[in-house]
Design a protein around this ligand. Structure first.
Ligand code: FAD
Length: 510
């Protein structure tokens, strides 16, 4: 039998069965898991953190090309999607699968949960523990560790500048956003593939060194397949190390612990809860995604949009209407692959690449997603978009297109398959009002939430306000699953803040 060494172990290199014990076993090493593991290790508890994906050192992934990053850091090589049910587009969903989880892939954008969302959680859902005031010190702690700072205007890209000018012409003032890059961002515009400059404080850079310093043991390539239960309590987890050919499951392992914390993300945590036979109706349901779209626009000037911060400005002006706008760019190879046309037309467009600008929007959605974990190796995700959210999505595309035109774009390529370019105000109206099969909208998401929601009523939720499962003491959930509604802004800081709250509560309980 093998014992786990201190620090980081590549699970795939272990050939014989592992049976371990510790105080707290954390499953999933992304934004939430690394947060929980660090706090509990700092408090002196013996922590084991298990991660299904590989461990790739920062200085290795920093030199990955986007295509290599997609193969090695993204779940299913970036091919996860929510299948649209009813009047709903297919929504591609990007997730990380590596030590550091999706945190490695973020654009670094950092927002706190807007006041009105906190107020709703407190007043309508009775979750005083998640009020803005109750979470203030957790927010402060996360932002300090993540080195959250405002993006200086000097590293804005010219692509972003064009949309800022367009917005201003519409009476909308963009604001500089905050990101977890300290003052080190070089403006390489490729955060989503792992920061090449090592500036982004993803959790492998910000939290992991502290966790290791305090004795946490991290095991990569460790797929957790079940939670161990004894006498009505969670007492550990079991699974297999992915050391077989092409990463197939091979050597079995188990870790027994006083507390088990699931941090597999909102798509993968529900499967482990369902396999336990828990009865809560809300498991795997009520998933929100922040459905997002971007427009690509061609300007007369050369913008070289890849030169500058990937994301640097935002506006909350449309937040009351459920729409959030964030500046963004896209790796040029991916941008090129999405341009319309074939043959000479496509070739001509690709030669125009320096002239394209990009901007993005997302919808503060009502939810309508669910996962089925028994279908195949990966959970199947379905999403039925609320008609209100579909209208919000179309409106957001229109706003972005208008900003581009006001900023001087000669042509806007809408994210709607088969629709001609937008060149004037008549075209803009079509975007919002023409009959449209929603399946033609090119829609994406990065922020799944809500599949094991927190509630103070066991009939409505899966975990109590401290993150412990109502049905199984000793089992905690601290990832995006527990957020009770969508938040309308990028989700990493919100999730890590709630994870900090759960970790602090567990620290007291232990
Ligand atoms: C491309 C991209 C860009 C983003 N940009 C931003 C941004 O700019 N700002 C922002 O705030 N948010 C952003 N996000 C969202 C942010 O990354 C997530 O909200 C956050 O990382 C979710 O945290 P989590 O802990 O719930 O899940 P994750 O960080 O996804 O971590 C879950 C981990 O659990 C592991 N796991 C799953 N199942 C198992 C199992 N059975 N056994 C062991 N391990 C398992 C997974 O492999 C994964 O590593 C972005 C996300 C992506 C993908």
């Amino acid at each position: 039998m093998t014992r786990l060494a201190a620090s980081i172990t590549h699970g795939r290199s272990i050939a014989s069965r592992v049976d371990e014990r510790c105080d707290v076993v954390v499953v999933g090493s992304g934004a939430s898991g690394m947060t929980v593991a660090t706090h509990l290790a700092e408090a002196g508890h013996e922590v084991i953190l298990l991660e299904e994906g590989p461990y790739i050192r920062r200085d290795d992934y920093q030199s990955f090309k986007p295509s290599e990053s997609i193969r090695r850091l993204f779940r299913e090589a970036g091919m996860v999607a929510a299948l649209g049910v009813g009047q709903t587009p297919l929504i591609t969903l990007t997730l990380g699968r590596a030590v550091g989880g999706s945190s490695l892939l973020t654009g670094g954008v950092c927002f706190r949960i807007p006041d009105d969302v906190h107020a709703r959680w407190e007043r309508e859902l009775g979750l005083g523990e998640l009020s803005e005031k109750a979470l203030t010190s957790a927010y402060d702690d996360v932002e300090r560790r993540m080195a959250v700072t405002e993006v200086p205007a000097t590293i804005r890209s010219r692509s972003t500048d064009k949309f800022v000018e367009g917005a201003r012409a519409m009476g909308v003032e963009m604001k500089s956003m905050r990101r977890n890059t300290g003052d080190d961002c070089e403006g390489n515009a490729r955060c989503n593939f792992g920061c090449p400059a090592g500036a982004k404080r993803s959790v492998d850079a910000s939290y992991m060194p502290t966790a290791l310093e305090h004795g946490a043991r991290i095991v990569s390539d460790a797929l957790v397949e079940g939670v161990l239960e004894e006498g009505g309590r969670a007492v550990g987890v079991r699974g297999r190390l992915l050391g077989g050919r092409y990463g197939a499951p091979s050597t079995p392992f188990s870790v027994r612990a006083r507390a088990v914390v699931l941090c597999c993300g909102a798509i993968h945590t529900p499967g482990l809860l369902q396999r336990l036979g828990l009865k809560a109706e809300a498991i795997g349901k009520h998933i929100t995604l922040h459905p997002a779209a971007r427009v690509v626009a061609r300007f007369r000037d050369r913008l070289n949009g890849w030169d500058g911060a990937l994301q640097s400005v935002y506006t909350d002006r449309y937040h009351p209407e459920g729409i959030w706008l964030n500046g963004v760019y896209s790796a040029v190879n991916i941008l090129a692959a999405g341009l319309p046309g074939v043959g000479p037309e496509f070739r001509e467009r690709v030669t125009q690449m320096p002239h394209y600008g990009v901007f993005g929007a997302m919808v503060h959605d009502e939810g309508g997603g669910w996962v089925q974990s028994s279908v195949g190796r990966e959970p199947a995700l379905f999403y039925r978009m609320d008609p209100r959210d579909l209208q919000r999505l179309r409106k957001s595309i229109r706003i972005l297109a208008e900003m581009a035109l006001e900023g001087g774009a000669e042509e806007v390529i809408p994210p709607i398959f088969g629709m001609h370019s937008i060149r004037n105000s008549r075209d803009l109206d079509r975007l919002e009002n023409d009959p449209l099969d929603p399946r033609r909208i090119e829609c994406m998401a990065f922020h799944p939430l809500g599949s094991a929601r927190m509630s103070n009523d066991p009939r409505r939720g899966v975990v109590d306000p401290r993150g412990q499962c109502w049905e199984l003491p000793g089992l905690y959930v601290a990832d995006g699953s527990v957020l009770p509604t969508s938040v309308g802004v990028n989700s990493q800081i919100p999730i890590m803040t709630v994870a900090t709250h759960v970790a602090w509560g567990l620290r007291e309980a232990l």
